[in-house]
Design a protein around this ligand. Structure first.
Ligand SMILES: *Cc1c(COP(=O)(O)O)cnc(C)c1O
Length: 428
């Protein structure tokens, strides 16, 4: 038997964690179990979860219905190849996804992670134009401050400065970047912004396959909320210049912004849409790329086939978890439940606005953001949150909450107090 400290020492020695140094690893906390909205560390310390484990565990940990669904599938089979074979969990999930997403989206491609679903979306767009006799349409337009994942094509459409472009110059496709959408959900639409897009489209449409954007909220690129009217206008511009519109709903999907999808805040439909993160309620890794008949059937013109096929495509355990998660989601009253969560977060976070250190507090659906004036040092801050009994992982200038939907008002209040205390102790 190893001691907890021995495990942690081995972790430091052997394991890479996200975006960390091997020679100067940041502190990590050993988890023993998790249940509801609480994570219990091996030292017995319990943390209230404000992160939903990167926005995915929307029903909380160790949910009986989720566990049962996965166990039931496990007793049938945990995996079969998706080439030549198919199964009910995948078919049922595809049917559900098509029902709950905007109507034009009628065809589903399953993959293992969000980044891969973005790769698939970009490949679909390029292949579509190829079969339509426009092989030069290979590039993408995207706003700065976006985040679409860590694989190569996904990276190429991430923010060029905060993203990883400087490390991979030359290896990354040079995409066309426009300014980030002006922030403010209710701010009037700026014509000059739309003109910038129009000019980019006009000058380059012969080589543009698609426009990719996170609808309503740019998430990992800065938790920036913007007016959904931009998306309506972008749809019109895309149609005018024969450019496919791709929505990355990996962070915003399944209720996070107060509607089932961020797209539901608009009156348009993208040609291709990516979902992931909360798709399985955070129980298994799974993502999906949905598209319309135009793209799906277009790719199939002239005996074309879509060229992608991951080993674990449509994994039955993951599909079963997703089916169970969507059933739970359909039992909540989505606008009401998330509006309630938004109200609680607003109440819990608004006192932070009085702090010298804080620039702005903003909330939307299940997202609560305290934006600081200066970037903070995560290594110093993380242990303070743990001491206060909460799991909150800030980045850059942002301390934010994206809690499980089942969190209580009291737990939100504790998270809010912890943020206030930690922010108030920052230098200013
Ligand atoms: C997290 C995220 C991704 C990448 O998903 P992974 O599962 O981490 O590969 C892509 N796009 C958005 C908007 C995300 O939030």
């Amino acid at each position: 038997m190893k001691t907890n400290q021995e495990y942690l020492d081995l972790d430091k020695q052997l394991l890479w964690h996200p975006y960390t140094s091997m020679s100067k690893p940041s502190p990590h906390f050993l988890v023993e179990k998790a249940s509801g909205c609480e994570i219990t560390l091996s030292n017995g310390h319990t943390l209230i979860d404000g992160m939903s484990s990167w926005w995915s565990v929307i029903h909380g940990y160790n949910h009986p219905a989720m566990n049962n669904a996965i166990q039931a599938q496990l007793s049938q089979f945990s995996h079969v190849m998706f080439g030549g074979l198919t199964h009910k969990p995948a078919i049922e999930l595809a049917e559900k996804l098509i029902t709950i997403t905007p109507t034009d989206l009628q065809r589903v491609f399953f993959s293992d992670s969000g980044s891969v679903s973005v790769e698939v979306a970009l490949k679909m767009a390029i292949q579509y134009w190829n079969t339509q006799g426009q092989p030069n349409k290979q590039f993408f337009v995207t706003p700065k401050s976006g985040y679409h994942g860590d694989t190569f094509a996904a990276m190429s459409v991430c923010d060029p400065e905060n993203g990883m472009h400087n490390l991979f110059t030359g290896a990354l496709t040079k995409q066309l970047f426009i300014s980030p959408p002006p922030t403010g959900l209710n701010e009037p639409v700026k014509e000059e912004y739309l003109n910038e897009i129009r000019t980019t489209f006009k000058e380059n449409h012969q080589r543009i396959a698609g426009f990719i954007i996170e609808p309503l909220v740019q998430n990992a690129g800065g938790m920036r909320f913007y007016n959904p009217e931009y998306l309506n206008q972008i749809r019109t511009l895309c149609d005018e210049f024969d450019i496919l519109l791709i929505f990355d709903e990996i962070a915003t999907g399944f209720g996070r912004t107060g509607k089932l999808f961020a797209t539901n805040h608009t009156h348009i439909c993208p040609d291709i849409m990516c979902v992931g993160k909360a798709l399985t309620g955070g129980y298994m890794t799974l993502a999906a790329t949905l598209t319309n008949d135009k793209v799906a059937l277009g790719i199939s013109d002239n005996d074309g086939v879509f060229m992608h096929g991951p080993t674990f495509m449509g994994n039955p355990l993951a599909c079963s978890a997703a089916n169970a998660s969507l059933s739970l989601l359909s039992e909540y009253n989505i606008p009401e439940k998330i509006t309630q969560l938004e109200t609680w977060m607003r109440e819990a976070l608004e006192t932070c606005e009085q702090l010298e250190q804080v620039k702005e507090v903003r909330c939307l659906g299940g997202i609560g953001v305290v934006e600081l004036k200066n970037a903070l040092n995560l290594h110093e801050i993380q242990p303070k949150f743990v001491e206060l009994g909460v799991w909150i992982r800030p980045f850059g200038k942002l301390i934010y909450l994206m809690p499980p939907y089942v969190i209580s008002k009291k737990q939100i209040q504790i998270l809010g107090k912890a943020i206030y205390q930690v922010a108030s102790e920052l230098p200013h």
